[in-house]
Design a protein around this ligand. Sequence first.
Ligand SMILES: [Zn+2]
Length: 117
Amino acid sequence: MDEAEKALARERIAELEVEIRSKLSEKDLAADGDERSDGHHHPAEAATDAEARERQLRDVLRLRNQLERLERAHEAIDAGTYGVCQDCGAAIPEGRLRARPDAARCVSCQSAADRHR
Ligand SMILES: [Zn+2]
């Protein structure tokens, strides 16, 4: 990976970070709104609210995990290991990195890791 490719990767990662942070702040605002409206709902709606909150929480966790992976991707660029599969050491294809700048594994290692989760 040369300097131009690294710069491009950093740019992609930074763009994604901005996007995720804005999604996260939307979620945080929505969560506050939910709390304020508590107590005004019919009990039958409470279950739906709980489900919605749970879904919201999962979304927030997923987004935070993605931010963490992006943070590690920055570190990997610094360390010169970005774009290399962390499991098998193979080069991760450019197309995959473009679609998933936070990818730390090649497609086959990622699907193996997903299966074992
Ligand atoms: Zn691999």
